[in-house]
Design a protein around this ligand. Structure first.
Ligand SMILES: [Zn+2]
Length: 897
């Protein structure tokens, strides 16, 4: 539960996110404009605050009471002093963050100040946020111009520690074993230095001869470890290690009995200090901005464990056990920034009903609507933004909330319409802000936040939807005659506006301002009458503003800025209504853009006929020049790359480069309006719901438009690339496929192509009517929600009237393929076809083609689910032979006699 005032838990959660382990936080909310402009007044208030600061540092409640007005409630002030002004402080800093006129006072005669108080007690500190109501009681410039009328604690961050290695203690250790789930660390012989705080030991540096052994329990994770190091068990020596834990775990994890005190070796102490200085800032550390220049650390939660292991073979590996994560065990390659392994601990897995977890379960709030005003200055890659976010509380009580926003964007202010100016901690390297609310807000209450921010933000790099060039070389020298028209995309991976930590369906309105010579396409329908010219100081600074409205919920908002001309716009009539289709193209691509409209209308009409719905009322294609084909499809629009004829990059061997089907990208991106946008995926494991369906729908369109041969070509390539990559892991690993080695083609081969092939096998197994009925039911049930594999299985089981647990178990959660041994024998006028599943048992369809000497071949589909399956087929001619899987419809290894 999320209590007001205790920000620490929320921050430590952010700091320990696996793969994003490093993080520093800074305080935001300081706004110079919020301070009074009248210098005298500022001085008078500043004087009062300095006296307050001194009273806090002295722990002197009596001194505090002397700052009160005569009419102030002294009992309230005394109670405030009892918790907020306590003896033992070694340093105090009080900073004003905001002031509002105090109700019931004349202008400039009373203020309600929001202040942060940072108080150190030796190596420990706390931050409190207070409202201090002040009234004018004396002449301007007099010694007692202002006094405190009332005060209240708004929130606090407790138990911050300025960590240091204890240089007065050194221990010798022999065969010291530290165990965490699936991890064994042994210090055969070496030295240990500790980091202690008032509660006990929270960290240690271990140096000497060490051995690390990591073997994740889940088989899939063993496969990932094998991709990383060549073996399912990662074993390596280490020379040094830094660990963090909660002091209450010290005895069970390290144990003082295993440490023998010894005399300090100054050289070893120096080395240990170096390790501490390098490793300790990487996690649990807050950056407190103007409150303190020192690094202040939070304590890990009980049961949490973190080790920075300096290994011989793999540089620094970070193992983390983090109770706040759905997948609470992780191993991270710090140097290359890769997640090697992430999974739920045995204890966590046992609590779950199925394999899947719902990333929405832990969310504290639901965003209902965004109003974004953003001005883009592309030559500086600069964004000035203002986001108004309406949200509804989902946790029992909400005291702090976390929003994502790109690190380079500086937050200028946070306010809520209900509570005024708010206090936030910016967690660096985490693209996050933690906002403290002054009160606990109960479930179902709505809040509106307004966040003003600005900064330089690079556009999104091409995602894995864009083909990658595997080999670079030639093209570096090749002269590109025409440069592609530049375009800047800000979308789901940019964090260009404050947003929920997990994707969250919300409606939106966007006001996007760009320089006069540029245009943009963004999420939503362009409002009539826009763009409008916004006059600047002089005509050279005139800008253009676009307004977009998204009345249907979106998972995230996106904008692409470039030079566009309207190639075409049309209204498409569908059985379920109409939708408008527009192509905005880079100027050189206008003709091509015009040709796209009819094609896109045909594709959308086809998809609508399969699903009985068009989720968004309009769709805009932004046709942009790029060196590589690809695209990106948020709701309401798609950016579609148009490679220039002069591009010399070679992408043609990519898993999703379908030569026979040039409309592939358009068909795939358009399918994302239904799959990926209207139906989202529940967490990273379920991304195949988006990419697999988009891919299969694109293939279905190929069949619809160009016939079986093109469909066959697409499925053949899907099968081949999927089979080649299948050992890299199950579809269920999502983005992690190919991640360890940075091979995005592995991701496309499996999450796109294998998923499409799996859907095709499912269709052949259950039959067309059942398949399309189930897909349609699944779609309508999960429209504008996030779904997972289990939800699709349930819909298909209902439609097919049979259990499909093993089908999904093998194809989505597993990475093996069926091994099928096919034989046949002629008995009288029949042929008996026999298939034996040699390896794991699968549910899989297989096409056998009876080749006749004297007539056309006849295809027979066998549905396999047993170890041995026989099918007797009457012969209609002279059998010449039996071809297996000629249609490439089955992912299987065929064993020949
Ligand atoms: Zn896609």
């Amino acid at each position: 539960m999320n209590k007001p005032g205790v920000i620490a838990a929320a921050v430590s959660l952010l700091l320990l996110v696996s793969g994003r382990v490093e993080g520093r936080a800074e305080i935001v909310g300081a706004d110079p404009d919020a301070r009074a402009t009248d210098q005298t007044q500022a001085n008078g208030v500043a004087l009062l605050l300095r006296r307050l600061e001194r009273a806090v540092q002295a722990g002197d409640t009596a001194a505090y009471l002397s700052l009160l007005t005569d009419s102030a409630d002294r009992t309230r002030a005394q109670n405030f002093g009892g918790t907020e002004i306590v003896p033992g402080a070694t340093r105090a800093v009080v900073q004003e963050r905001d002031r509002q006129p105090l109700a019931g006072t004349l202008p400039d005669n009373g203020y309600s100040l929001l202040v942060d108080a940072f108080v150190e007690y030796g190596g420990r500190a706390r931050i409190a946020t207070w409202t201090i109501d002040i009234k004018r009681i004396g002449e301007a410039g007099s010694d007692r111009e202002w006094a405190i009328a009332d005060q209240q604690q708004v929130s606090s961050v407790e138990s911050l520690y300025h960590l240091a290695l204890n240089g007065a203690k050194q221990y010798a250790a022999r065969d010291l074993k530290i165990a965490a789930e699936d991890l064994e660390l042994t210090l055969t012989d070496g030295s240990v230095f500790v980091v202690d705080v008032d509660q006990g030991v929270t960290g240690a540096v271990l140096m000497g001869h060490g051995a690390m052994r990591f073997k994740p329990a889940p088989e899939t994770e063993q496969g990932q470890v094998k991709i990383f190091c060549g073996s399912e068990t990662l074993e390596t020596k280490f020379d040094a290690m830094y660990v963090r834990l909660h002091p209450s775990d010290f005895e069970s994890v390290i144990g003082s009995a295993n440490l023998q005190p010894r005399a300090i070796d100054p050289r070893e102490l120096k080395r240990a200090q170096d390790v501490f200085r390098a490793e300790s800032p990487k996690s649990f550390v807050l950056d407190l901005g103007d409150l303190s220049r020192d690094a202040w650390s939070l304590l890990p939660g009980p049961g949490d464990f973190l080790a920075e292991i300096r290994t011989r073979r793999f540089d620094t590996l970070t193992y983390a056990r983090s109770g706040s994560e759905a997948e609470d065990v992780s191993l991270f390659d710090r140097k290359r920034h890769r997640n090697i392994s992430i999974y739920p601990s045995k204890q966590r897995a046992a609590l779950r009903a199925g394999r899947s977890f719902n990333e929405d379960e832990g969310v504290d709030y639901d965003i209902l609507d965004y109003q974004i005003e953003a001005a883009f200055t592309p030559e500086r890659q600069w964004i000035d933004g203002r986001a108004r976010i309406r949200l509804k509380v989902r946790s029992y009580m909400l005291g702090t909330l976390t929003l994502k926003l790109a690190d380079p964007l500086v937050v200028q202010s946070i306010a809520s319409t209900e509570y005024g100016r708010l206090f936030g901690i910016r967690v660096k390297n985490q693209n996050s802000i933690v906002i403290n609310l002054p009160v606990s807000v109960p479930r179902d209450k709505e809040l509106t936040l307004v966040i003003v921010y600005a900064g330089r933000l690079e556009p999104q790099t091409p995602d894995r939807e864009t083909l990658a060039v595997e080999q670079r070389g030639m093209q570096e020298d090749a002269s590109v005659l025409i440069a592609a028209e530049p375009s800047m995309l800000y979308s789901n991976r940019s964090f260009w506006y404050p947003q929920a930590p997990v994707s969250d369906y919300a409606t939106a309105t966007l006001r996007i301002t760009v320089p006069l010579n540029l245009d943009c396409v963004a999420s939503g329908e362009l409002e009539p009458g826009f763009p409008v010219v916004m006059p600047g100081k002089d005509p050279s600074q005139n800008r253009k503003m676009f307004a977009f409205t998204a009345t249907k919920p979106l998972r995230y908002l996106a904008v692409i800025v470039s030079r566009f001309t309207r190639a075409e716009t049309t209204t498409v009539a569908l059985p379920t209504g109409t939708f408008s289709l527009t192509v905005e193209a880079n100027p050189r691509q206008t003709n091509r853009g015009r040709d796209l409209v009819g094609r896109a209308a045909g594709i959308a009409t086809f998809y609508e006929s399969l699903l009985g719905d068009m989720p968004y009322p309009s769709f805009t294609i932004a046709l942009v020049e790029n060196d590589l084909p690809g695209g990106h499809s948020p709701g309401y629009f798609a950016a579609l790359n148009q490679p220039l004829p002069t591009s010399t990059l070679n992408w043609r061997n990519d898993p999703v480069s379908f030569g026979a089907f040039p409309e592939f990208f358009l068909a795939h991106e358009l399918a994302h309006q239904w799959w990926g946008q209207a139906v989202g995926w529940r967490n990273y494991h379920e991304q195949w719901i988006s990419e697999g369906f988009a891919q299969y729908f694109a293939a279905l369109y190929a069949q619809h438009q160009r016939g079986d041969e093109t469909f066959g070509d697409v499925m053949r390539q899907a099968r081949k690339t999927a089979m080649d990559a299948t050992e890299q892991g199950p579809i269920y690993l999502g983005y992690r496929l190919g991640h360890i080695r940075g091979q995005s083609r592995v991701f496309r081969a499996l999450v796109y192509n294998k998923s499409a092939a799996v859907l095709h096998m499912l269709r052949r197994l259950v039959g067309d009517e059942q398949f399309f009925g189930g897909v349609r039911d699944f779609y309508s049930k999960w429209r504008f929600r996030k779904a997972g594999t289990d939800d699709f299985r349930v819909a298909m089981e209902a439609s097919a009237g049979r259990p499909l647990g093993r089908f999904f178990e093998r194809w989505i959660y597993g990475s093996t393929l069926p091994k099928l041994k096919v034989t046949h024998r002629v008995e009288g006028s029949d042929v008996v076809l026999h298939v034996e599943q040699v390896g794991d048992l699968f549910d899989v369809p297989l096409t056998l083609s009876l080749q006749y000497a004297d007539k056309k071949a006849v295809d027979v589909v066998m549905k396999l689910s047993e170890r041995d399956t026989d099918l007797r087929v009457p012969l209609t001619g002279t059998l010449r032979g039996v071809d297996v899987n000629k249609d490439d419809g089955t992912l299987a290894e065929i064993v020949r006699n």
